[in-house]
Design a protein around this ligand. Sequence first.
Ligand SMILES: [Zn+2]
Length: 293
Amino acid sequence: MKKLLFTFLMVIVISTPAHAKLNVCATLPWIGSLAADLGKDKVNIKVLVKPSQDPHFIEAKPSMILAARDADILMYNGLDLEIGYLPLLFESSRNSRIQPGQPGNFDCSRFVNVLEKQPTADRSMGDVHPLGNPHYHFSPSNVLRVARGMTQELSNIDPGNSSFYRTSLASFEERLRNKQTQWAKKSLKGKIFIAYHKYFEYMANEFGFKIVDYVEPKPGIPPSAGHIEKLIETIKKTKIDGLLVTPSYGKEEAEALSKKTGVRVIIIPQDVGSVPGTNDWFSFMDTVLSSLQ
Ligand SMILES: [Zn+2]
């Protein structure tokens, strides 16, 4: 019997790798892409939201709760973008590692210089940006800050692979420096756009273009007929280089506006994988910036 037990234990020991992979659960595809760049084969990544989904209006599903249950670290966008499902995941997963305040709870927005920050959360009339603009993944400077924070957090949770994560960060930073040189050559300075939703403010700041009006009067709130009339006047009076929308948000309304005014509709992927050829954050930004030209 003793011998049998010993054999059984040996099998368990042999079948368990010395360093099991870290289970990373990321809410959005761009966060998963960053975690994959930094963690490579040291991490298993599950992404909760599909690239085709509008990230503002996601509801919790049983598969999400299961993914959260297994996670060593849960990485999320923050600024209440995940308010529709994150609180439920914390509660229903019963996973103490990922609860707020624990090392496995990673809010990417902690590392960001937030635009349109509001002193208090304001969800009046359904505003979906109550804590400021949450779409900072279009901003290379902020994504770099998040990547550095993420490296630190991965190292804290998995100290045995700390130097591996730092090496990954160094190659990420080098790749970003090279891309920044290419992206700086894109002639976006002085361009004037209208956007359906407040998705592109970080990019406008960093790349020097202007967004002069929005189809939504407030983020998440559909326009009234009067607002559309005003917008048509603006488009007629101003030379607009394009009306910016994402594949999952405002496309039909933008096309209707284009029919009335002739304004060019530019479809921008909202996240990694939303359109073909955007397999990681770098190729996503390549596509976004080329679309704007
Ligand atoms: Zn938004």
